[in-house]
Each structure stands twice: as C-alpha cells, then as structure tokens.
Design a protein around this ligand. Structure first.
Ligand code: MOS
Length: 729
C-alpha cells in the first residue's frame, strides 16, 4: 500500500483499542524472567561453546605479533580467531568500525580476537594468555586540539545538510540590537543499556542463524552478510527481546561478528556477550561536541539572526554529530546559518545515541535561548513563544504538518506554576537550598519509513501478526497488537504478536524515533488486505463491511470473524510505502520541559526536584507506553545534564571510566517527581495511523532545562556539560 495523500477516516479512528493505556502484552514474560534474550537460547543450541572477545590494548597503531601458543593449550579452548585466520572481512554499512581488527588498530578495545572454549571461565582465562605485541603510533584524541583541522563533511544518510545559509546571517548578526555569541561543549556519552551486546551464533552448512540484540534486523542481515562475505539469504537474525539499545545496537557490532567467526572455527554453536568494561571503548558512543551559537534579536525579542556551528570527531568513515539540526527548524528568523565540521579522532566510533543531533544540539541552543531572554529582559517562555512559527524556517516554502510548540510551553507553564520563578537568580531560598526553575523547548524529527507485516486469521478468530520489527523496551509488541485488534475488530487478547525474526516480513526496525509510526502502518496495510479477504469469503462488499466485537457485519448480516477461516487460515501480507508528503510538510514532534532544582548553598550539590514534559507527537497509540518512553528519556536527560561523561585519556587515547561504576547514570534516588502531558494531536500527513514517534523527543531539551534551572538557582552559567558541583564553586 502506498501512502501518498493525507489520510481520511479509517478504522483506526475508532480508537477502541488504539489510544488506550493497555499494559504491555509481553510484560508478564519479562517480569517472570521467561522472555528469552539472545544469550539464553541454550536449548536450541545444545552442545554450544562460549566466546570471549579480546580488545586492543593500544589506542592507535598496529599488531606486530600474535602468539597463540599458551592460549591455545589452555584448558577447554576450542578455537582462537584473529585477523590472521579469519579470512577476508569487510565493513558493514551503518557502522564505520572494523569489527575484527588487525594488523592496524584504529582505537582502544577494538576487537582483535575471539577465544572459544567449553566454558565462559575457560575462554576468559585463555584470553589472558593470548600474547599480542603492538607498535603504538601517535593518535589524535583531543577534540579541542584538533578542532581547527576539522573539515565540512559530506552530507550523510541521516541528519541535516552540513552547511546551510538563508538570508544574510553575518550582516543581520552584526547589526542586531541584542546579541549573544557563546560556545558550549557536550562530552562523549555512552548508551549504557542494561543488556550488554550479546550473540548466539549457529552454522548449518553455509547458513548462519544468529540470536542477537540489535534494533534493525534488516540492516543486521545486510551488514553481517557484507562483513562475512556471504549471501544475505544465508543469514537469519533473531532478536525477540532487547534489553535497551538507544542507538548503540543499531546493527551488527563485534559481538555478532565474533560469535559467527567463533562458531565457524569451532564447529559448534557459540554464545558470547561483550563484557561490560569492553563495551564503552569497543562499541559506539555519542560523540562530544563543541558548539558555537550566535543569536541576534531586536529589542522586542524578535530573532533576526541565528547561527549554529558544531565540531565533533570520529574515526575514518564515521559520521558527524548533527547538532545543528534543531536550530534549522525551531525558531523563526530570516537570516540563519548552520555549519557542521568533522575532525579525525582515534577514539571508538561515534554514532547514533537517542535523538542523535537534536539531543546534543538542544543542550546548547536552549541554554543560549535562556541567555538571550535574560539579555532581552523577557521571560524565557515568552521569548520562545514570540519566535514561534508555523512555516518551516529551514525551508520557507512549506509548513509544519502539525506544530503545537506554543501550547506545549503555555500548558506546561501553567501546570508547573512557572509564575513562581524569579528572573533574578538566587531569589528563592529554602533553608540551605537555592531553588531554581528552568524551561527548554523540544523538537525532534518524525521520520517514517517503509515497513511490512503478515497477518493470519484462524478459525478461532485469533489474529497472528508477524514482522521483523524489534521491541527494544519501547512497547512495540503492544502497539502492534493494538493496531491489529483495532483493524480486525477484536480485543487485544485475540492477537498474537511475533516480532524480531528476519524470516518475517521486513519492517522499519527501531531507530530514529521512526519505529512506532512506521511498523504499525505496515500492520495496518496487511490488515486492510486481510479485511478484504474476510469480507470476500462471506460474499460481502469489502467497502461496506465492518469489523467489531469479533464479528463481521454487512447490511443486516453478522458473522463470527473466525468463520472466514473455517476451511483454512487466511493470510495477508503487505508493506506500507510512502510518497512525497514528508517533503511537502515539515513533520516534527515538539515539546516543552520544565524543571525545578535545588542547589546546596554550601556544597553546591544539585538535586532535581520536579520535572514536567509536555509533548506533541501525533496520535498517541498507547498513552501508558508513550509516557514510559518520555519518563525514561527525562531520566536520561538528568544523566546528560548532571552526570554522564566519558572521560578521555588524551595521551593514551581511551575512555577511562569504561564501566558502570565509573560512568554515572541516574539512579532512583536522583529522580524526583516526573509528570508527562501528551497533547491531543492527529497528523494525517504521516500515515493512516496519524501517529509519530515520541521515544527520542522526551530527551531533547531536558538537559538544557536543568542547566537553566541551575543558573536560575545560583547565577552561575555553566556552558560545558555535565554540570557537576565543582563547576558551581
Ligand atoms: Mo536511535 S539513536 O536512531 O536508536
């Protein structure tokens, strides 16, 4: 089915199942520990062995020699694979990293060997006996130091154009009545998802099955086939449950390659998981940025010039962090520029992490907006509202499909009691605590992409949905079940949802906030076809057939849905594809974040006290799972503002705090009262579901709202994240 004009009324609009706050249908499997994750497929892989990945011990250089003797003769060892015996290996498409390195080493902890043994302990202990000698060469590890060597990168598959200019930015900025020109920095961050990267690989002749933990099975099949140099048809990936991804499990990484190579060498199924201390330097991370923001405005607060430049680094072939993306579309202003620059850094690959681009960019832009509001002596909420626009500032020939930023800000201000905020920092005290209140806007693109599904009806009236969509903890199972239930006129209990198998029809996968809207649209398309065959099987006109309460109605006739499958199951499969609507309209999601902090006057300890997010993200398919997405994202925003920081050893070239003891993320005690308001919003330009993603929106702007609240409490403006207490002293 092709979606190429705005959606009219359709069965989803009934909202009998869609839009209801249903519990996750897979929830009991998770809370009882019976949901199977990649590392747990033991029964299917009898006689399996264990793999252990060895990471490079230098930041940049090459391997001189590998002496396997002691490791190979260690107890239980079945195989050792390095670049010397792996055969030719290519790169995948999405990640630039070489997933089994040698002899050249591009970054610290890049995978250099996999040891396969009878037990995990034997594999780990043999790894310690593998003798690798290296020659270290001088690498580049300090973004600030290489900033001036950065170049304007090529336009990437995702993200904004690297360099844009509208009107006369320099001229308008030079003559603006009120100006800001400041530089902000964001650190390297790690996804730190709960489930480590893990894979269970089994060969059957030249056919490979791999149980794994990745977000995009279609990319995974493509990339694994590419890396190993085998046909795509010979690769099957299964990811039924995923313990968090956040962009760090987009597609194939070293765990899957190592398990596959290890299983081939040992002639046994092999399972392995990346040990936690390897993950931070071996896999990808959100790259650090240096961002310069210039804003010029008239004294009434009208922005006349807005410019955003951002520098980040990466290994060769790596992408740039597209931090300028939000500035292109968020506020009005005739004269604008944006410029991304990319430097070479020999650290682990920088790549997508939840709201890549927008999250980093808004950490800077929304502090800058707070600073401008103060210079202008305008309330920060009013300053943002004053510069709202319904026309896409980056492309003034088109409008936003739906944009309720003003309502997000107004409703939030009302609900949060914004009136309590005092413009002069440090005005509110409670005992030894200084109280501050901050705000930030949020914007995140609403991409949508083709997605297929297969549905089956049996004689009991049960609907089974199959698609290779993944559920990374987001609630895909449930919203897909709700979609099929709504379309076929049944309760959610009558729907079985099967996800995460590349043998199923190819879906959008989970990434870039496109999963929810895209995958349910594919299910919609398949259900339209199933409805037609059901209607025809009863001799009904499909146009005049209705589905409700497990029955099919046409004229004065009503029959049980399952009767259509009396003589055999009915199947339907389809793919939703898209025309040009996403070019005709700017499709984005919007929000506003409000935060109250308390800062200890003596120790400068920062406590977040209250948080509110108001979000506009199309039709909300399930308010409970959508709220969970936003609450999780707000929590991540607290981490970004106050804690998260991969500390770079700039002489040796690696992230020092590469485990969950050293890399701090919020715990329950850090998280206060959180509230989420989801605005009514239906966007018929998106798809027949009229929905958008929300999982990344919830993060965008949170850190800046906290930064602004800290400033409001203390009068100290911190422009480099994270805002740790030493920066307030
Ligand atoms: Mo997302 S960072 O594209 O999983």
């Amino acid at each position: 089915m092709k979606f190429d004009k705005p959606a009219g009324t359709n069965p989803i609009d009934q909202m009998k199942v869609i839009g209801k706050p249903l519990d996750r249908i897979e929830g009991p499997l998770k809370t009882t520990g019976t949901a199977k994750y990649a590392y747990e497929y033991n029964e299917l892989n009898k006689g399996h062995a264990y793999g252990y990945v060895v990471g490079a011990a230098i930041g940049k250089g090459r391997i001189d020699s590998i002496n396997q003797y002691a490791a190979k003769n260690a107890p239980g060892v079945l195989a050792i694979v390095t670049y010397e015996n792996a055969g030719p290996l290519q790169k995948g498409k999405f990640y630039a990293d070489k997933l089994l390195a040698g002899p050249d080493i591009d970054h610290y902890h890049q995978a250099v060997a996999v040891i396969v043994a009878e037990t995990f302990e034997q594999a780990r202990s043999a790894a310690a006996l593998l003798k690798i000698t290296y020659t270290r060469v001088k690498g580049s590890f300090d973004l600030e130091a290489v900033k001036d060597s950065a170049i304007t990168p090529q336009a990437g598959q995702f993200g904004p154009p690297p360099q844009t200019e509208l009107g006369d930015f320099e001229g308008a900025f030079a003559t603006a009545a009120v100006k800001l020109d400041e530089t902000y920095t964001t650190p390297d961050q790690s996804h730190a998802m709960m489930e480590p990267h893990a894979a269970f690989a089994r060969w059957n002749g030249d056919k490979l099955t791999c149980w794994c933990s990745i977000q995009q099975l279609n990319w995974g099949v493509r990339d694994l086939a590419n890396v190993l140099g085998i046909p795509k048809e010979n690769v099957r990936l299964i990811s039924s449950f995923i313990g968090g991804g956040f962009g760090g499990k987009g597609t194939v990484l070293s765990d899957i390659v190592a398990a596959s190579l290890g299983a081939r060498a040992a002639g046994r199924p092999v399972k392995l998981t990346l040990q936690r201390p390897l993950i931070f330097n071996n896999t990808t991370h959100r790259p650090a940025t240096i961002q310069r923001i210039r804003i010029g405005a008239a004294t009434d607060g009208t922005i006349t010039a807005i410019g955003h430049e951002s520098w980040s680094g990466n290994i060769a072939g790596g992408r740039t962090e597209s931090a300028t993306a939000p500035t292109r579309s968020l506020y009005a202003g005739a004269n604008r520029m944006s410029h991304l620059r990319l430097a070479v850094l020999d650290l682990a690959e920088g790549n997508a992490m939840r709201a890549p681009g927008e999250a980093s960019g808004m950490m800077a832009l929304e502090i800058a907006m707070d600073e401008m509001a103060e210079k202008l002596k305008i309330d920060p909420v009013e300053f943002r509202i004053h510069n709202d626009t319904q026309v896409d500032p980056s492309n003034p020939t088109r409008n936003f499909s739906t944009r309720q930023l003003v309502k997000c800000l107004r409703d939030g201000a009302e609900k949060f009691n914004w009136k309590r905020r005092q413009a002069i920092p440090g005005s509110i005290r409670e005992g030894k605590w200084l109280i501050g209140i901050g705000v930030a806007s949020a914007i995140r693109g609403a991409p949508i992409t083709k997605s297929a599904a297969r549905v089956r009806l049996d004689k009991e009236g049960m609907i089974t949905v199959e698609t290779d969509m993944t559920d990374i903890g987001t609630g895909s199972y449930t919203i897909i079940g709700q979609t099929a239930a709504e379309m076929m006129g049944v309760n959610i209990e009558k729907v079985i949802v099967k996800l995460g198998d590349s043998a199923f029809p190819e879906s959008s996968g989970s990434g870039g906030q496109w999963g929810a809207a895209s995958s349910t649209s594919g299910v919609y398309a398949a259900c339209v076809k199933l409805r037609e065959s059901v209607a025809r099987s009863f001799g009904f006109d499909p146009e005049k057939t209705e589905f409700s309460d497990g029955k099919v109605h046409s004229g004065n006739r009503s029959v049980a849905l399952g009767d259509a499958a009396k003589t055999g199951d009915l199947f339907a499969e389809d793919e939703m594809t898209y025309g040009e609507l996403s070019k005709q309209y700017a499709q984005d999601t919007f929000g506003a974040h409000f935060v109250e902090v308390a800062v200890n006057m003596y120790t400068c300890e920062i406590r977040v006290r209250r948080m509110l997010a108001v979000c506009q993200a199309g039709r909300i398919l399930n308010p409970k799972s959508a709220r969970s997405q936003v609450v999780g994202a707000m929590t991540m925003g607290v981490g970004a503002a106050l804690m998260e920081d991969l500390v770079v050893d700039k002489s040796r070239g690696f992230f020092v705090n590469h485990d969950l003891a050293g890399y701090k993320v919020p715990v329950h005690a850090d998280i206060p009262y959180q509230e989420v308001i989801l605005l009514d919003d239906v966007d018929p330009t998106m798809s027949p579901m009229k929905a958008k993603g929300i999982g990344e929106l919830g993060l965008v702007g949170v850190a800046a709202a906290i930064a602004n609240a800290v400033y409001n409490a203390t009068g100290v403006r911190v422009r480099d994240y994270p805002i740790t207490l030493d920066k307030l002293l």
